[in-house]
Design a protein around this ligand. Sequence first.
Ligand code: GLU
Length: 439
Amino acid sequence: MRSPIPDFLDETLDRHRSDRSGANADYIPDLAAADPEKLGICISTLDGVEYTSGDSEFEFSIQSMSKPFIYGMVLEQEGMAAVLDMVGVEPSGEAFNELSLDKMSGKPLNPMINAGAMVIHSLLGEPGTSLAERIEIVRAGLSEFAGRQLRVDDSVAEGEWGEAYRNVAIANMLRSYGVYTDQPDAVVQGYIAQCSILITTRDLGIMAATLAAGGVNPISGKQVLSPRVNRQVLGVMMTCGMYDAAGDWMTEVGVPAKSGVSGGVFGVLPGQVGIATFSPRLDKHGTSVRGANIFRTLSRELSLHIMDAPEPARSIIRRDRRFVDSQGVMVRICSLQGLIQWSGAENVIRTMDAPESNVEAFVLDLRRVNEINGVARRMLTEAMSRLEEEGKRIALMDPEDMLLCQSPSSSLPDVEYVDSPKALKGLRRLREDWSQRAV
Ligand code: GLU
């Protein structure tokens, strides 16, 4: 079968291709000269498949889209507390290059605006790290996210440095407030080199998928960020990634995202996909016009909005049956399905807890469950222990060992396994199974 997904992406690009509104960034010569007709997209899955269309192999500079990744690297290097001490996580509601610091603390409001990103950049490496070494740390680090070796485009960097009056002003202001002690010019040059790393739309899709996969690069399989840091990065992207359009973006598109003045936009749907687009003409916020509109289309047509409520928790209980076995014992079987998280486990516990004094045996059938997260696992094992304390018999149908595999052994209830649906026909048979398969 020819997958319909590439066709859908081709059609989506075609729908937006004729939109020529907006203009290239004009303050960086190479961006001003970029071909404004370029248009590319990549949707990258968490198991390493990239669906691309258009100019997805065309290279452009990463610009501000580097900020979340470098933020993650510095969080890993310095620890959460030390970084939060220097750069906040509050949306500024201002343009990316605003000369602003938090009025109370004197620190940059967040790591997505230039002031915060420059402080974050200055923290890379050991104290005393040279400019060249810092640039190499950036290059190597971003390459880990992309899963291939990236390089700095010196022409883009030199062009931006020639016009970097505003970023130099911000860096000097930060230095004068004592936010960092490095030489402001070196910080700006390093930050500009960071922004000048070349990527393709495909690279950007993989980088986005790495964040969507909890920090694991889907191509190399490498854990590039720890899950906790990854979550912090996504939280900041969600609230601050789109600068003064963050509210509009979150309500309308609902995908944590970051744009760059080169025309790239990437979005991350945790646990699902990474998405990247490229088209150089920008709106007044500095975000690609066609890129943002493509995200709107994808969000709508693929139901990607992060706030769309998932299916209600009760749908995880597929069947709840009772039967009386040949010896007159009442057995209750709860068959579960899908992904079980806190709310689903709460629902199962409530169901198991129904005041039915005549139920003597409970069977939890997990054969159709895809995943049980840590908290749900703890809740269900605890509930089973309590039922057991009350004198009930507990059995599991869990051929893939979903429930007990990661529980600390001290909390394991004395559970017994059945693996044959036929065993459920009668408790006598069930008991035979239990005695053979007792854990
Ligand atoms: N290098 C650019 C700047 O600092 C990045 C801005 C952006 O992409 O939003 O001005």
